[in-house]
Design a protein around this ligand. Structure first.
Ligand SMILES: NC(=O)CC[C@H](N)C(=O)O
Length: 355
């Protein structure tokens, strides 16, 4: 007998098996990643979402903390065709409801056809379809999570030391741990700052580059990070990943829009418009840059032409919509971090001419 229920905004209620008990709700999204479940579940960009894995068996190589991207699980709940005991126990210990033994192909095709939608979950001995529907009724639209940055950012600034070759000011809007480590490995000291850090604090640090991280929710709600970019545009080189690209685009007069079901997976093809080269990338976003403002689109998604890379020579800006730090996913675009540090070194996106 079912001991878990998933209620969707399209009116359907799925029966399922409870793997970690509890009641919750969130925006239902799916990832096509067939590996990297620990990294996805600890990616802060999934805050306030319910994550469905389209790959049918999740947990077949265990759970290891060194693969975590942050110190907790971020989606409000997780759904798979089958979770192993390792993953189920981990999610239960984190208090995050998990359900399996339901037709995830049906869920994925519904989201693909109708877009990311609200869902409610009730799992455990007392679960009822009505409880799942009640949760669904309380689900808040992603764009109405006005201060979602506070839920995921650091409260206090701190520094992760590399070799002191460059100083990166990294605004933590819900960053994945692989972003600072990709920079420290390349010799930079990374000063991690709260999502609402003020301009004076950044000015005092006098960084070589101001870097805006990935993060959850609607980029339009990250007003203070946007104001920071507006303040330092043309003064300090700027970089951004995912939410960071969206915030930088808005600061340069551009705009963002909600996608139907977004890109969540590890095989999204991206073409560089200058070289023509295509790389496979890791992605996790539900919004995209609809208008790059004063920035130039330098890379696009091969599937749907959305903006994947933005740059400005004049103001020293380089951003990516995808996740060059990988984890999970392919390492094809790790050189982004070399480009960022080269820009930090030269103070410009174009390499200094040797003369
Ligand atoms: N990974 C991210 O930074 C996601 C950015 C933003 N929250 C989106 O959904 O598009």
């Amino acid at each position: 007998m079912a001991d878990a229920y998933v209620a969707l905004a399209d009116g359907r209620v799925f029966e399922a098996r409870a793997r970690a008990p509890g009641r919750t709700r969130g925006e239902l999204v799916f990832t096509t990643a067939y590996t990297g479940y620990e990294e996805s579940l600890t990616d802060p960009s999934y805050e306030e979402q319910v994550l469905t894995f389209s790959y049918p068996l999740i947990g077949n190589y265990g759970v290891r903390e060194e693969r975590f991207e942050s110190d907790r699980v971020h989606p409000n709940a997780a759904i798979a065709r089958e979770f192993t005991d390792d993953v189920a126990e981990w999610l239960e210990s984190e208090g995050v409801p998990a359900v399996d033994h339901l037709d995830t192909r049906d869920i994925v095709t519904s989201v693909r056809e109708e877009g990311a939608m609200a869902c409610g979950i009730a799992a455990g001995p007392d679960a009822t379809p009505e409880a799942a529907k009640e949760e669904l009724g309380q689900c808040v639209e992603m764009s109405d999570h006005l201060d979602i940055g506070k839920q995921v950012s650091t409260d206090e600034p701190y520094t992760v030391e590399g070799d002191g070759e460059h100083d990166v000011a990294l605004v933590d809007c819900g960053m994945k741990g692989s972003i600072p480590s990709s920079l420290t490995e390349r010799g930079a000291d990374v000063h991690v700052l709260p999502y609402d850090v003020d301009a004076e604090t950044v000015a005092e640090l006098d960084p070589d580059v101001l870097f805006i991280s990935n993060g959850p929710g609607d980029p339009a709600n990250f007003e203070s990070a946007q104001a920071l970019v507006e303040e330092f545009a043309g003064e300090i080189p700027l970089a951004g990943i995912c939410l960071g690209q969206q915030i930088v685009a808005r600061a340069f007069g551009g705009d963002t829009e909600k996608m139907a079901f977004g890109h969540h997976g590890v095989n999204q093809p991206v073409r560089d418009l200058e070289t023509g080269q295509v790389v496979m990338t890791t992605q996790n976003h539900g919004y995209s840059v609809a208008d790059p403002g004063d920035l130039e689109v330098t890379q696009v998604n091969v599937n749907d032409d959305t903006a994947e890379g933005l740059e400005s020579d004049e103001c020293a800006v380089v951003t990516r919509q995808y996740h060059p730090e990988a984890n999970p996913g392919p390492h094809d675009s790790l050189s982004f971090f070399d480009d960022v540090l080269e820009m930090a070194e030269n103070g410009s996106r174009t390499p200094a001419t040797a003369d």
